[in-house]
Write a new protein. Structure first.
Length: 357
């Protein structure tokens, strides 16, 4: 099993191998990319569903392409420059510890979603949920020694039967914890999401045991974002359709819930590790699902919400709230970049940038 014993940094990158990066400018790709109501934008970057921070401060994002289309990774500089990481140019370097993986994904339909990353020296390990061609957690390595990172695919974990993984977090003991928004075998799953009823699951994977469900998580409705504390003792899970944030004590098995007034999506640790950023939308589940299955480039009617959670006190602070940011909507998460808050989306041709409150 590769060394995953580093503090999770949320989202994903890796080490070793060949790369090809296409440079994009930091200026607008769309005519309507001017600032709106305090939000600035980086345009021309499609469906950046999740973020993770590299040790040098750069941000890696996943492109959650629509089904049947090719997704990829985006690499953002703190100066707002953009690099597009082409999937077909990621080196293939299978790790024998993942012998159960049937091979590299079909890059023509690669669909990266939730991400997580750990780094050690000039090497980083990336885990990326993939929906293209299979439901799996894809493993990557990134060589960070040079000016530009070099990416290699190293293996995969095929998701448990029926799981539709949404997000993943690396455990300090070398295991993995992943959410499943729903069970693909459940014909009533959409109805359950729409009504906030229990649906989906939370799973752990360990090298000696494989996948196993987390007891008590069956009460969650639409498990989505997940992060773990540095010592791995506690996991935080966003129940998207249930509008709840769950705290999972991995030592005692106790699970507690806090209600929120929006649909929470991605969870990301703050830059100093003291708080959790919670991104999501202010709208109904049916409206979100309608956007998800549509061919729309942007879904601005789906309101934007970002809160900060103090895990010690359980207190929430709203950082961004509204649905009047031009073409930007359908927010999924946020990450701190210096004194800015970068907000991403599952359906937009841009990311939004706000001054950090």
């Amino acid at each position: 099993m590769p060394d995953l014993h580093c503090r999770p940094m949320r989202a994903g990158l890796l080490t070793a191998g060949f790369y090809a990066l296409t440079l994009f400018g930091s200026t607008a790709f769309a005519e309507d990319c001017a600032p709106v109501n305090g939000a600035e934008f980086i345009c021309g970057v499609d469906n950046v569903e999740d973020f993770v921070r590299l040790p040098d401060g750069r941000i890696l994002g996943s492109d959650l392409a629509q089904y049947g289309q090719q997704g990829h990774f985006w690499l953002f500089g703190t100066d707002r420059s953009v690099l597009k990481v082409q999937p077909e140019d990621i080196a293939i370097a299978p790790d024998p510890d993942f012998a159960g993986c049937p091979g590299a994904p079909d890059w023509s339909v690669f669909g990266p979603h939730g991400l997580d990353l750990v780094a050690s020296g000039d090497t980083a390990t990336l885990l990326a949920v993939n929906h293209g061609g299979r439901e799996a957690i894809e493993m990557f390595k990134i060589d960070l020694a040079g000016k530009d990172p070099k990416f290699s695919w190293t293996g995969c974990l095929i998701a448990p039967p029926g799981a539709w993984p949404d997000d993943v977090a690396i455990l300090p003991d070398g295991g993995v914890i992943a959410t499943s928004l729903w069970d693909t075998r459940d014909d009533t799953r959409v109805e359950k999401l729409n009504t906030g009823k229990p649906v989906g699951g939370l799973f752990e994977w360990h090298p000696d045991k494989g996948w196993s469900p987390v007891k008590g998580a069956e009460a969650m409705s639409g498990p989505n974002g997940v992060v773990v504390t540095p010592d791995g003792s506690t996991a935080y899970v966003a129940a998207w359709s249930g509008k709840q944030l769950f705290t999972v004590d991995r030592t005692t098995g106790e699970i507690t819930a806090q209600n929120v007034d929006f649909a929470p999506d991605n969870l990301v640790w703050s830059a100093d590790g003291s708080s959790i950023l919670i991104g999501g939308v202010i709208t109904t589940v049916p409206d979100v699902l309608a956007c998800f299955v549509s061919q729309d480039v942007n879904c601005p009617a789906l309101g934007v919400r970002v809160d900060r959670l103090n895990p010690e006190t359980g207190e929430f602070k709203t950082l961004v709230k509204g649905n009047d940011y031009g073409q930007f909507g359908a927010a999924t998460g946020a990450i701190e970049v210096d004194d800015e808050l970068w907000v991403n989306s599952f359906r937009s041709d841009r990311i939004a940038i706000f001054e950090l409150p």
